[in-house]
Design a protein around this ligand. Structure first.
Ligand SMILES: [Mn+2]
Length: 431
């Protein structure tokens, strides 16, 4: 029996108020989709089965390099974070797993962490290592790099940290390690590009060699920051070279915020699918750069276009196609629980919309070079309001039809604010 963080009575009372309206909206949408040859219940079942992982660091307020303004009742440690993640999953039914970050989430008793996850109905997704900041008592500093550092002992320390992440993950039932490094340079001439990348590959090969046979290794690219002149793993091309160089268990992770403005991310996704190297996603959004804003806050159409590629691959039956889906965003002015719930639902929305694309009509328009009809075919799916499908999927699994309203009605934030004294400097941040 899963331990619930929110009184199921609060959820039931909220759902009760929306049941009638939802039934009417769902039936109307069902009729509309039936005229397009689509079975609404099949789409609802697919959406209900969809899950996106919550990053443990996302439930705390992020902050920028200028300041961090903590919210009330912030989690003090991983056990508090798990409870917040359980709230998100209970209310949305869409986030069954948590992605941990080591050392921020390090505990003495890993077995206790695993059982706590089980009690809350949560599994553990990809492990994330951290060699972009120094930890207290660390022998060698990462100021000038980690896996690519010019000093062999520093590289070895970074490798060993990643091996430790794998060991912890094995005990938790995780099946993947995500490696993102901040290594790069701030001045032209500071680093030898080829030598630095060679050291990266050698270090990553040592990590890859320790990977259990049923695990995947994800390398995550990011254009810039904290290095402001050059970054070692700067784009998907370099990332693809890494995954190819390492072997079959190595894949590329696409963080939507880690590209230059206007880059065609959906096309990158397609390329990686075509060559069997798409490992997974960190979903978020941005106006100018990085992962600072909530998923679909700025460009929901781009998120839809990414999902259009994923559904296309799914429906074509691409072999071994199983990308990991995770959120990774920084919350500075909202309640992180509310933002993460909203974002999980936005990802589900993009998936549902992509399922509505008339693929036969699209293929026909493409074949006939009918650019207008091709693009309108996508727009037609994107413009369809799938809200009743998402709400119905939640209702069917006992989650909330309106998660944010249920969260506010539950008084959870007030309750944890009283229980959790404010902490500073704990594991929030941007990865
Ligand atoms: Mn990321």
């Amino acid at each position: 029996m899963t331990e619930t963080m929110i009184d199921p009575g609060v959820i039931a009372a909220g759902n009760e108020k929306t049941t009638q309206g939802l039934a009417a909206d769902y039936n109307a949408l069902g009729d509309q989709l039936a005229r397009r040859g689509l079975d609404i219940d099949e789409i609802t079942a697919k959406v209900a089965a969809y899950g996106v992982a919550i990053p443990s660091w996302g439930v705390g307020t992020g902050g920028t390099r200028f300041a961090r303004f903590p919210g009330e009742g912030e989690p003090r440690h991983i056990f508090d974070k798990l409870e917040d993640c359980a709230v998100i999953h209970q209310l949305t039914g869409a986030t069954p797993t948590v992605s941990l970050h080591i050392p921020w989430d390090k505990v003495d008793d890993i077995g206790e962490l695993r059982s706590r996850g089980e009690a809350l109905g949560l599994g553990f997704d990809a492990m994330n290592s951290n060699t972009f900041q120094d930890q207290p008592g660390q022998a060698h500093s990462y100021k000038f790099g980690s896996l690519t550092h010019t000093d062999a002992a520093t590289r070895q320390q970074a490798i060993e940290h990643n091996l430790e992440c794998i060991e912890i993950g094995k005990e938790l039932g995780s099946k993947a390690l995500t490696v993102w490094i901040g290594d790069g340079s701030n001045f032209p001439g500071q680093s030898n590009f080829a030598g630095q990348f060679e050291r990266y590959l050698t270090s990553m090969k040592a990590i890859y060699a320790a990977l259990p046979s049923d695990w995947r290794l994800f390398s995550e690219h990011k254009m810039y920051e904290p290095a402001f002149y050059s970054t070692v793993v700067q784009d998907w091309g370099t990332n693809y070279m890494i995954a190819t160089e390492l072997g079959d268990q190595a894949y590329c992770l696409v963080d939507l915020g880690h590209h230059a403005p206007n880059v065609n991310i959906e096309m990158i996704v397609s390329r990686l699918i075509q060559f069997g190297k798409l490992g997974g996603f960190h979903f978020n959004d941005s106006k100018y750069g990085d992962d600072d804003l909530d998923t679909a806050a700025i460009d929901p159409y781009r998120l839809f276009l990414v999902f259009n590629e994923l559904v296309d691959a799914e429906q074509r039956g691409v072999k071994d196609f199983d990308p990991a889906h995770m959120l990774d965003q920084s919350h500075n002015v909202t309640d992180p629980i509310e933002s993460l719930m909203q974002s999980a639902m936005e990802v589900q929305r993009a998936y549902a919309q992509a399922l509505l694309v008339d693929r036969a009509a699209l293929a026909e328009a493409q074949q006939a070079n009918d650019a207008l009809m091709a693009t309108e075919t996508l727009k037609r799916a994107f413009r369809t309001d799938v809200t009743p499908i998402l709400a119905r999927a939640r209702l069917d699994k006992g989650a909330a039809t309106d998660p944010v309203a249920a969260f506010r009605a539950s008084g959870y934030r007030r309750k944890v604010a009283a229980e959790r004294p404010a902490v500073t400097g704990a594991g929030g941040g941007i990865v």
